[in-house]
Write a new protein. Structure first.
Lengths: 487, 1122
């Protein structure tokens, strides 16, 4: 063992026990068990608790913020500009394009598949000349920091299996989520806050929104400590964080001191190291009682920062407010923050609903890029934006120039990534004139997940967990790193 | 002399190469075996775990072996224990090398005793070779298959032979694993599956000894092994202990002494019932000196109804029981009768073979009972969807796959899941095997889309005997009434007074609302409709009036009335109202719904009710309040409230601002015919009804009405006439009105009762079964037409009887047949896991070649045979285990034993671990006397932080919003908590309960700050502390000391010592001072939770004790079984 590290650990132990009023004799087994549980990043300066002793290769990204657009936004109205479609208005999608691919049963019985060109104007932005629709002016303003991947694809055709697939690598419930794989592999960098935090934002598009599922940030068959912790805008930000009415922090501290003394005494008699771990977890819980409110209190954020995120930033639970919290979390070494915003499932009245959704997400997402860049954190923070699949060029339901709907389309969709070692100002992959099939550089969702792990220093084929006689991994038996988009 | 070296390797050699090397060397000068460990230059905290597993057992007569470097680190380096269970799950390679005495050793590193294929070789081949040379034909390289002797010994395409028995030198395998040539080396360098020197040595020795293959141990039917003879006074209680002791003696460990009686009764009560012992139970046990004292306790606990609940909880994890569908909308599903069946089965000690057969195939038994059908809910517990756009075929396949995986995991300890897409890589499952199992579940009558329904078919109604009897009683009464009506009809003499139907109706009152809401309507309100009867309060007409007393705005209303009220030109809506002179309202309002509620008439204050816009139809002011204390008719011209001829009303609202108001008879003054009006003339009614197209009439009558009168036959005309006389004719309503009212009331009661009768999901096969095929790559739309499959069991397992029908019943009987190698082993292993924390086979879900080998193979087999031969007696098996000396040991962790066996696999000490999620909560409820001890029933919704369901739920889901229950529902055992699978109860998930989306046979046990927060602050636990404080203050002795002792003992089952009492006493004093100074805080603390506070107790004192109770409920000892 590194003598300096060992010394630090012993110091930590000593400090810890000096608080104890009771003189507990500590046996050698006790000593043996103590070199683990109370150690945290702050004590040692290294992540703790991960299964990987060291990253497989140097990590480009230390943190990830994943902005997830649940319900699947239309690539056709936001990023994947298809000017030729104007001439195709209300004409049928040619069979040569569809190639007999399966459709959802929502539109498979439609007599016609009339083309619905986007009603929104597109422009090229920045030096990179990326096409972005008028719905996302703020995002367009940071286009040069973004890599747009237009050739994402998946197999799942409905929301539940598709979102479960992109988040866990399997269409069926039961597997660990991306964030829990990261925690399992890399451990935590944090002594006061959870390693993997999830926010669910409010939305103003279609109210009848697709569901989310705890499994999307669940640990699956991994131990439950790796599951994402929800940071809530209602009630306690973290479940059960606040002391009950009539119990102030002093009273809680007194109780914890008593608890610690009694548990230590038990440990001395019984010798079960689990008791020691429990003592440490209570101390962490106590620290969280201070660190979480500190995290969520944005009263000290300067005005220009708040302005950057837009007027909704002070409204708890909005996407903008969630983005600001995400930045505050990554500043505090939370490794993985995921914001889910629902309301993108626009089978009808798409133009109206998507405008509202874009207003929800545009400014906050762009601000996150600018804010992190200003703080010098964008280079090692990976930001991702996207949904579970794309939407069809053909119209679902009634079609006019001004109003239309789109069905699910797994064969191509657009996501974007920024920071964390991803090439900025780049557009990757192409689709045909109908944004129906990929014509260049397809990126499967397993490829994206492999790339995310890669940026964090993990070989996706080597982060495995044996369960039911099989070595499972996030990318199942698939996944190729998208080297072309890496710096 | 070294007997054995065991080491736990780095988590996976494929993941990292830490630079650790073990070097074994014989020091012949000192007759000693030296192990050097070369460490990487720098060890960081993250790889300190490497050394934990190294332990060396040496002959006691000799001095210890020298462990260069090792001893420097050994005492200090350990895995965090919290990670131990975790670590060992991915510590894939727990290699055990057995080194024999080597007095005659000549230079060779070590001669192991004879190689055992299953023990020593299979794991190496499976891990390192089977990917390319295993059962999966598609991946197989060079035609070499190493999982079968015949192939391994055969000449290969290349002309070489992989294994030449007895001749390692001739064997290509040996050459390939020892060569340095990167082009021929095996496993290939890039595979990162390199063999260790020890593994190579084993393979060589195995081949030298003849390369004998064995079937994988778990696929061989267990036979009862001889019980070893060993003895140790005070330890050996039954055969289990001989097996345990033999192994301990082999490793030079000795068992702990028996645990104290307090510990023992706590342990066994928690293990058998899920609840801790009371002080009375502890005292009774302490005072019972008879040799059977412990056994008496065990027998008593086994017959407690809590036993069945506790056992059922584990089973429900395996059965993936939930109260919602689990996918997409995640609507509620009603299958709790199945949960009740499981509890009853355990409480009645249903033999495990029957338990299995009824769950898998109860519906196929001859003349199945209701209970046997309920049992089949086991395989209706899988997650289902009704997501718009889903493809039915895809889901039919997924459901069948889930059922195969669950059935095979639960009963056979293996998922078979790999064989969905390809032949299994490590076990001899083929795709054909998988889809043959799949075929058992592919022909069910269920639909692919669950319709988001509470009860997607097939389902079954299950009335209680009382409900059954009541239903029959209603039917009898209804039949009698109908007979009576029929007879009376015969007696009515009728002549149509005005057979000319064209005569006009006169304008009159049509009463829509009298004594109850109109037919079919759905009564709602700020509080439910309240009726007063004529005896006590003002009633204008009929039997009752509706009433309401309000502070501020309040209303009652209905919607969805059918038939609708049809409005004609210049009609007038009316209602009678009576205002209480003692408590008059400020304003009253009538409101009408024709699809929208925007039709309002107000009297009194114009603005107290601020809905709509004053002066428009949305808030029309019609005058002052009517006179107080008398009935007044309110008339509303339809035009004033924006209604016109042809408008149809389905709803009506009575609204008031403050006061007490009575409402009676309401309707429409009209000449427009209304469904439900009374008539003198049959011809006229007929004409009116034809105009209304029979709206509001029963279907058969409506059909008759639609026939032109002259085209009806006599029978049809008579049927119409009878209906008219019975329901419509003014002249006969005195006779039939009351009878019809009575009949309607009976039918309503019967219907209501019918609604209350619970139903549950069951299994049912299609009459014509679907043909199943092997699905290429597991894709639902790629059936391999060349490979049709019939329902069958895996080919490498014992076959079905020749004459067995191809259905689930044969599958179920096969699983519990005497020849089945797995079911009994897998089941007793899970029981073992329940008591000891870890199974004899640690990977309870995987008994295949990738799973862990049993720690005590003979014991496992002995228990498996014992279980089967006992008649699959579940309670007897529980008793056998808890009666063993191994179970009764103290769990005190001796440091040396810990170092030797951190996971306690050898059982040199008793089990100690944290309670499961449900037990943690039940324990707190029990200690605070809040727990409701009642078996069964629907799921309940106890406290849960606001917004959790809402944050994830599909907006239209019926579980998008959580509505907490009240009263007893807050304090049922946790197994009855409503389980929404996409957002499970948070205090359950936090303590490692699974989501119940998929079958789980082994829970992880973690230790996190979230758990600390929940125990400290969750309303449920704080309320429990408050109620526990009440018990401390009222049930314990007088002094603080007595109270502290009582409280500590109740929670931990043992007496506190002086130091513990001191710590608590000091804290108590602190809190007393605090709460005496801050009575508001004391009050606030005592207001947590819905259960009433005992007002006679002093607030500050109870607050102080509540904090002490909070402390005690958080003790490690309180939430652990020791």
């Amino acid at each position: 063992m590194d003598p300096i590290l060992e010394h630090k650990q012993l110091m930590t132990r000593r400090h810890f026990f000096s608080k104890s009023a009771m003189n507990v004799s500590v046996g050698s087994a006790a000593l043996a068990s103590m070199t683990g549980p109370q150690l945290t990043a702050a004590d040692t300066g290294q992540p703790t608790g991960g299964i990987l002793h060291a990253p497989h290769f140097p990590a480009k990204a230390k943190r990830v913020i994943y902005l997830f657009m649940s319900g699947a936004p239309s690539q056709l109205d936001l990023f994947d500009h298809k000017p030729k479609m104007d001439e195709w208005y209300d004409k049928d999608l040619p069979d040569s394009v569809r190639q007999g691919q399966r459709l959802t049963t929502m539109t498979s019985k439609q007599k016609r598949f009339p083309i619905a060109p986007s009603k929104f104007k597109f422009q090229q932005h920045g030096n990179s000349g990326a096409w972005v629709s008028e719905l996302l002016p703020h995002t367009a303003s940071v286009a040069d920091d973004i890599c747009f991947i237009k050739s994402m694809h998946t197999e799942a055709i409905n929301h539940d299996p598709a979102i479960t697939y992109i988040q866990t690598g399997s269409q069926l419930p039961g597997r660990p989520s991306l964030g829990s794989w990261l925690s399992y592999g890399l451990g935590t960098m944090n002594r006061d806050l959870p390693d993997f935090v999830v926010l669910t934002a409010t939305w103003t598009g279609r109210k009848s929104a697709q569901a989310l599922y705890n499994r999307l940030w669940g640990a699956g068959f991994l131990p439950s400590k790796y599951q994402g912790v929800a940071l809530r805008s209602q009630g306690d930000p973290v479940l059960y964080l606040s002391n009950p009415p009539g119990v102030d922090p002093t009273a809680r501290r007194q109780m914890l001191d008593g608890l610690s003394q009694l548990n230590q005494k038990l440990y001395a008699e019984v010798g079960d190291p689990e008791i020691n771990t429990r003592i440490a977890q209570y101390e962490m819980a106590y620290r969280m009682q201070t660190s979480v409110p500190d995290l969520t209190d944005i009263s000290n954020e300067p005005k220009h920062v708040l302005d950057m995120y837009g007027p909704e930033v002070t409204k708890p639970g909005t996407f903008a407010a969630s983005c600001l919290l995400a930045r505050r979390m990554v500043e505090r070494d939370v490794r993985f923050v995921q914001i889910f915003i629902r309301g993108w499932d626009q089978h009808g009245s798409l133009p109206n609903d998507i405008s509202n959704q874009c207003r929800d997400v545009d400014q906050g997402g762009a601000a996150l890029i600018k804010d992190l860049k200003e703080r010098g954190m964008l280079d090692d923070t990976l930001i991702l934006w996207g949904g579970e699949f794309g939407r069809t060029i053909y119209c679902q339901g009634g079609l006019s120039r001004e109003n239309y709907g789109r069905d699910h389309h797994p064969r191509c969709f657009t996501m974007w990534a920024a920071g964390g070692g991803i090439k900025p100002g780049m557009t990757y992959g192409q689709t045909d004139d109908f944004s129906y099939n990929i014509t260049e550089n397809p990126v499967h969702i397993h490829d994206l997940n492999a790339t995310i792990l890669h940026q964090l220093g993990i070989d996706h084929e080597r982060l495995t967990y044996r369960y039911q006689g099989r070595d499972f991994r996030l990318t199942d038996v698939h996944g190729n790193i998208v080297n072309d988009i890496l710096l | 002399m070294i007997e054995r070296i065991t080491f736990l390797q780095t988590p996976s050699r494929r993941q990292t190469s830490p630079g650790l090397k073990l070097i074994f060397r014989l020091d012949s000068k000192n007759s000693r075996f030296v192990i050097s460990i070369s460490l990487p230059n720098r060890m960081s905290s993250s790889n300190q775990g490497l050394l934990i597993g190294v332990f060396v057992c040496y002959n006691e007569e000799e001095s210890p072996p020298r462990l260069t470097h090792l001893l420097d680190h050994m005492p200090f380096i350990s895995f965090r224990d919290q990670d131990c269970s975790t670590m060992n799950r991915f510590v894939a390679h727990f290699a055990i090398f057995s080194f024999l005495a080597f007095g005659s050793l000549c230079g060779s590193p070590a001669i192991a005793k004879e190689i055992d294929f299953n023990r020593d070789v299979r794991r190496i081949l499976s891990d390192k070779c089977f990917t390319c040379h295993g059962p999966d034909g598609e991946q197989r390289q060079a035609g070499l298959r190493l999982d079968q002797q015949i192939s391994a010994f055969a000449k290969l395409e290349s002309g070489e032979t992989a294994i030449v028995p007895g001749q390692p030198g001739e064997s290509e395998l040996v050459h390939r694993i020892t060569t340095d040539d990167e082009f021929t080396q095996m496993p290939p360098p890039e595979s990162e599956k390199q063999l260790t020197a020890a593994e190579i040595a084993i393979l060589k020795q195995w081949i030298s000894e003849g390369g004998k293959y064995q079937k994988h141990w778990s696929f061989i039917t267990p036979t009862r092994p001889k019980v070893p003879t060993s003895d140790r006074a005070g330890f050996v209680r039954n055969p289990i202990d001989h097996f345990i002791l033999k192994k301990l003696q082999e490793t030079k460990l000795s068992p702990n002494p028996q645990a104290s009686k307090e510990t023992l009764i706590r342990r066994v009560k928690l293990d058998l019932t899920g609840l801790p012992p009371t002080i009375q139970e502890i005292d009774a046990f302490l005072q019972d000196d008879s040799p059977k004292a412990y056994e008496k306790v065990v027998d008593r606990l086994l017959s407690s109804p809590r036993f069945g609940e506790h056992m059922a909880r584990y089973w429900l994890d395996a059965a993936r029981y939930g109260d919602t569908h689990g996918l997409h909308l995640d609507n509620e599903r009603a299958i709790w009768l199945y949960r009740e069946w499981v509890i009853d089965a355990f409480n009645n000690n249903k033999p495990f073979d029957e338990f299995t057969i009824e769950q898998l195939a109860g519906d196929l038994l001859p003349n199945p009972t209701v209970d046997q059908k309920i049992a089949t809910g086991f395989n209706r517990c899988n997650v289902t969807t009704s997501e718009g756009g889903s493809i039915a075929q895809e889901y039919l396949v997924r459901y069948a796959v889930d059922r195969v995986e669950t059935t095979s995991t639960v009963f056979m300890g293996m998922t078979m899941g790999c064989a969905v897409c390809h032949d299994h890589k490590y076990d001899p499952f083929t795709m054909t095997d998988f889809y043959s199992m799949f075929a058992y579940y592919y022909s069910l009558t269920e639909k692919a889309m669950d319709g988001n329904a509470l009860l997607p078919p097939p389902t079954m109604k299950v009335p209680t005997p009382e409900q059954q009897q009541q239903m029959e009683q209603y039917s009898t009464q209804i039949a009698a009434l109908q007979k009576d009506i029929k007879e009376k009809l015969l007696a009515v003499e009728y002549t149509d007074p005005t057979p000319d139907a064209s005569q006009e109706l006169s304008r009159e009152d049509f009463v829509w609302i009298e004594d109850e809401v109109p037919n079919g309507a759905n009564p709602q309100g700020n509080t439910p409709w309240e009726f007063v009867s004529v005896e006590k309060k003002p009633v204008f007409s009929g039997k009752t009036a509706s009433t309401r007393t309000a502070e501020g705005l309040s209303q009652h209303f209905f919607t969805d009335a059918k038939p609708l009220l049809t409005i004609g030109a210049e009609d007038m809506l009316f209602a009678y109202v009576y205002l209480d002179p003692e408590n008059p309202p400020k304003e009253i309002m009538l409101q009408f719904n024709d699809g929208s509620w925007n039709h309002r008439a107000v009297w009194g204050d114009k603005n107290a009710i601020d809905w709509g816009e004053l002066g428009t139809a949305s808030r029309q002011y019609l005058g002052e309040l009517p006179a107080l204390g008398k009935w007044t008719r309110l008339d509303v011209p339809i035009a004033k409230v924006g209604l016109k001829a042809g408008s149809k009303l389905n709803g009506w609202a009575f609204t008031q601002f403050g006061g007490t108001v009575y409402w009676d008879k309401a309707g429409l003054n009209t000449i427009t015919p209304q469904a439900g009006m009374q008539f003198e003339s049959l011809a006229r009614w007929d004409a009116v009804q034809r105009g209304l197209k029979g709206e509001g009439l029963p279907g058969n009558i409506a059909n008759l009405i639609k026939i032109e009168p002259d085209k009806r036959n006599a029978a049809q005309q008579n049927q119409l006439k009878d209906y008219f006389l019975e329901k419509v004719y003014k002249g006969s309503q005195e006779i039939f009105g009351p009878l019809n009212t009575q009949l309607a009331a009976l039918e309503k009661s019967k219907n209501e009762l019918d609604q209350q009768i619970p139903s549950t999901l069951i299994m049912q096969d299609l009459k014509e079964k679907r043909q199943a095929y092997v699905l290429m790559r597991g894709e639902y739309d790629k059936p391999d037409e060349n490979r049709p499959v019939e329902p069958n069991v895996p080919a490498f397992m014992p076959p079905l009887p020749e004459d067995a029908p191809k259905n689930r019943l044969s599958l179920a009987r096969w699983l519990v047949s005497a020849e089945h190698p797995l079911t009994s082993r897998v089941t007793v292993n899970r029981y073992w896991q329940k008591f000891f924390g870890t199974g004899l086979v640690k990977t309870a879900e995987d008994f295949g070649s990738q799973g862990e080998s049993p720690s005590h193979p003979e014991l496992l087999d002995w228990l498996a045979v014992e279980f089967r031969e006992s008649g699959w007696d579940i309670k007897a098996m529980q008793k056998l285990i808890v009666m063993s000396g191994a179970y009764r040991q103290s769990s005190v962790v001796d440091p040396q034993k810990y170092t030797t066996d951190p996971e306690n696999r050898l059982l040199a000490r008793g089990p100690r671990f944290r309670l499961d999620a449900e037990m943690v909560r039940d324990n707190a409820l029990y200690l605070s006397d809040l727990l409701i001890e009642r078996v069964g029933g629907k799921s309940v919704k106890p406290y849960q932080p606001k917004g959790l369901w809402n944050a994830v739920g599909y907006t239209n889901s019926n579980t998008a919003n959580f509505t907490q229950d009240h009263g007893e529902a807050l304090y049922r055992r946790s197994m009855y908590t409503f389980w929404k699978r996409t957002s499970p109860p948070p205090t359950m998930s936090i303590f490692d309960a699974p989501s119940r989306e998929a079958c789980t046979v082994r829970r992880e046990r973690t230790n996190t700050p979230m758990q600390a927060l929940a125990l400290m602050n969750d309303i449920q636990f704080v309320e429990a502390a408050r109620r526990y404080a009440r018990r401390i203050m009222t049930e314990a002795g007088e002094t603080d000391r007595e109270k502290i002792v009582w409280a500590f003992r109740t929670a931990t089952s043992r007496m506190p010592d002086e130091k513990e009492i001191q710590v608590i006493q000091k804290l108590l004093t602190t809190y007393r001072e605090k709460y005496v100074q801050n009575p508001d805080q004391a009050q606030a603390l005592l207001s947590v939770g819905e259960s009433p506070r005992e007002e006679s107790l002093d607030v500050q004192q109870q607050a102080a004790w509540t904090m002490i109770a909070n402390l005690i409920l958080n003790l490690d000892e309180t939430i652990s079984k020791g």
